[in-house]
Design a protein around this ligand. Sequence first.
Ligand code: ZN
Length: 245
Amino acid sequence: MMANITTGGGFPAVPPRRKHGPLYRFLMPWVFLTLFVIVFYNVRIRDPRVSTEYPSYLPGAEVELPEYVRENFLTQNPYSRPGAYLRKINGVVIHYVGNPGSTAGANRSYFESLSDGTTGVYASSHFIVGLEGEVIQCIPLTEIAYASNDRNGDTISIEVCHPDAGGQFSDVTYQRLAELTGWLCWKFDLEPSEAVIRHYDVTGKRCPLYYVEHPEAWEALRGDIASVKARLVAEAEAEAEAEAD
Ligand SMILES: [Zn+2]
């Protein structure tokens, strides 16, 4: 009458471990191996500190720049050319150098001079457009520049020289800036009215000064950039058609 409730009908207290079938035992090592390869591949290839290969997935890789761009890259250093990959290009940020009358070359030298770390300043830009409309490229389009704070990781930066403290760009500088920015918008499929922004739009810094103080001049510049992009799109289409004939 007094049945032993805890042990029930004579079952063992601990159930036997379920044995895996032969298929399971055959597949599991392969599942683990596959996971390992996936994890290893991502760490090895995607981490720039580990990878020695030039990753082709970078949007700025193997892009041929317009002939007016003079390439003069900064030496890699923690202060102005950190060498981190620019994995996304979602916009272009326009700056003014804030040093009236200084040339593109002088501003490039300034960025290079930061490399010794004595000032502790971190600054650079992908491009500098000079007083005569010359363009110096300081950073490859596959790497980030230290120019636009939170947007360093997904934008291309352009510093622009200006003759006086007001910060308005001279005509030749303005035209070249519109040409370069329009070209970037065409190349990376960016919408000028949204993707071309001022440093001011990122941090509230009054840069580029004249185009912060004169919003209508800024919108006009964006319009001119959009016209350049439209022209390049049309030219590319015409070229493609000519090749197809
Ligand atoms: Zn700026």
